[in-house]
Design a binder for this molecule. Sequence first.
Ligand code: SF4
Length: 381
Amino acid sequence: MILIKSIRPNRRAFSSMLDLQPRSLYFSSSAAAVEAERTIREGPRTDWKREDIKSVYDSPLLDLLFHGAQVHRHAQNFREVQQCTLLSIKTGGCSEDCSYCPQSSRYNTGLKAQKLMNKDAVLEAAQKAKEAGSTRFCMGAAWRDTIGRKTNFIQILEYVKEIRGMGMEVCCTLGMIEKQQALELKKAGLTAYNHNLDTSREYYPNVITTRTYDERLETINHVREAGINVCSGGIIGLGEAEEDRVGLLHTLATLPSHPESVPINALVAVKGTPLEDQKPVEIWEMIRMIATARITMPKAMVRLSAGRVKFTVPEQALCFLAGANSIFTGEKLLTTPNNDFDADQSMFKLLGLIPKAPSFSDDVDVSEDVQPLKEAVSSSG
Ligand code: SF4
């Protein structure tokens, strides 16, 4: 009895023992720890040095995960996860050569090119997504750009206006856009525009040759200047080195302001594309990317995007812990399979996640008639 009493931990003694220890003995001093602490203290910053991001990225994995979680809890409501639905409104037949994409007309993937979906079908899909809990509806079109597609663009402006009127955030990914088109999308009520950088500037020419990195940045700039939220991230598993993943995050984290959304995609290798034989991305690679994105861009919605279907619920839980707070829901992600609604609902329940409500802080008047936009489109030509 005396013996038991003597070895029982005494709480006060333990606390004072901790007080006497040098801080480094029980707190980590990895780059992830140092930068996470600085992010929490100073908030988002855009003056990141590439080597600093590399040091964060290279931190011991569990340490990086832990500090990603700390920043996440500080900068976000850590239980909230945004559910977005992405619909391909114009599939296939794209002139670009993005080597991961089954929608490029250059590759034989068996995908049939389709015309722009009509309004009723798009609105029905949006309504279905809303009823299933999605708060953001994203429309993707397989185009190099929207220039010279006036009729289709006017239709899309109408879709944006209608879906925004349904109380959902609306996002588009239509390839490169000009400044005038960004303004028209903003006026129609667009919340966000997605244009991924895909990878680092250095590795980019290995993935796409039909448009430049600077052209991508220019579209992002047009979106930003129009007052639309920027959604921009990348894909891992393209054959790039870890240095390229760091390069991608460095470009995003040093934009004049961070993207509001940063999708982190794991390549879904599709047969017929040049990247069909790439080995699958491992969960540890995703966690490293997500936690580094969270520490470097604390206010962004970090989106666990393509490839999620390959990850188990415990694996996804680690991604949420590392700092991911947004997912795509729905059976398909453009043309590739995705997790279904029911499975996601069960996962939310199991992990204690709650759906994030839509946010319209930069609201626009969507009651205006779309007619003035038509004139603007005609003149943007
Ligand atoms: S990623 Fe977009 S631009 Fe590239 S080939 Fe696919 S649809 Fe075209």
